[in-house]
Design a protein around this ligand. Sequence first.
Ligand SMILES: Cc1cc2nc3c(=O)[nH]c(=O)nc-3n(C[C@H](O)[C@H](O)[C@H](O)COP(=O)(O)OP(=O)(O)OC[C@H]3O[C@@H](n4cnc5c(N)ncnc54)[C@H](O)[C@@H]3O)c2cc1C
Length: 285
Amino acid sequence: MATTRLGLETFDHGAQYVTCRTSEFRAYIEELVGIGYAARWTPRSRLHGEEGGGQLLPWFVGKPGMASLVRPLAESVRIHTARNVHTIERHDKGWHIWFEDQTSVGPFNAVAVCVPAPKARLLLGRLDELAQPLARVRMTPCWALMVRLEDRVLPDQDVYSDMSEVIRWIARNNTKPGRSSRGESIVIHASPTWSRETEDADPEVVAEELWNEISHVLALPPVRPTRMTAHLWRHGLVDHSLGETYIYSGEHRVGIAGDWCLGRLAEHAFESGDRLAKAIVASLS
Ligand SMILES: Cc1cc2nc3c(=O)[nH]c(=O)nc-3n(C[C@H](O)[C@H](O)[C@H](O)COP(=O)(O)OP(=O)(O)OC[C@H]3O[C@@H](n4cnc5c(N)ncnc54)[C@H](O)[C@@H]3O)c2cc1C
């Protein structure tokens, strides 16, 4: 659930919206709506060409960006951003976290590893009983293209899905509540197959190819984006999940959570993380 800035405009280049299947997640989202961090989004969809067409469950988005959905969870904790964890290491007094810049924090009583499965396997390294089950998880890349146009050129829908073998999703990001309504800010997701085939390609080449494909499938007039940039979510989508809500070792006091434990949605990540947190609290009390 990421929001990034391109020039003056913001783009949700990862998750597009969330739905609520469980009462816990619904309660959380309703709380966010109440404090202005989330709102309902009813884009005109290609399926029925009308407000909310194609939505089986209501769609909710973060406000002013998807990243706002996790803001309240981050408010009372200390977060180190833009620092990759390299290793987790247990000493007598507890766990220490080593970052790639060779600094460390700790000791901690317990660790929750909440990164994509292939990265979690690397971090868990020697803890075989935790790392082993992760081998059955399959994650697949997804290219996201962000495009800015000063004029409105898209035909009359706000979202399109499965447009071709290359394009999985197109959304007018600025039709989400709380975004600037000037011009067009478009987010495009490539299909898993195409993303896999091109995952090592130059992002600028990918951006051009995706833009040409969109122009073709939507029969756009010959316009040039003011800005566009492609981003690869290398372990973005879950092909095959773990099939367990989370894993926790009371002996080692290490747990693992993520969307890939249960499925492929933000709500799965929420449920997995919530259950792991409860297991950690129970084991420490
Ligand atoms: C293109 C795309 C579209 C999607 N659309 C939707 C949608 O419309 N609706 C929906 O519900 N879901 C959607 N999803 C899925 C949704 O984004 C995920 O389910 C959710 O983000 C998973 O949350 P998570 O906390 O498990 O993992 P992530 O969101 O992947 O968070 C893991 C975090 O760990 C960080 N990290 C990784 N390695 C390290 C390290 N070594 N050290 C420190 N930090 C690290 C990453 O930077 C990241 O911030 C989409 C995903 C993608 C990629």
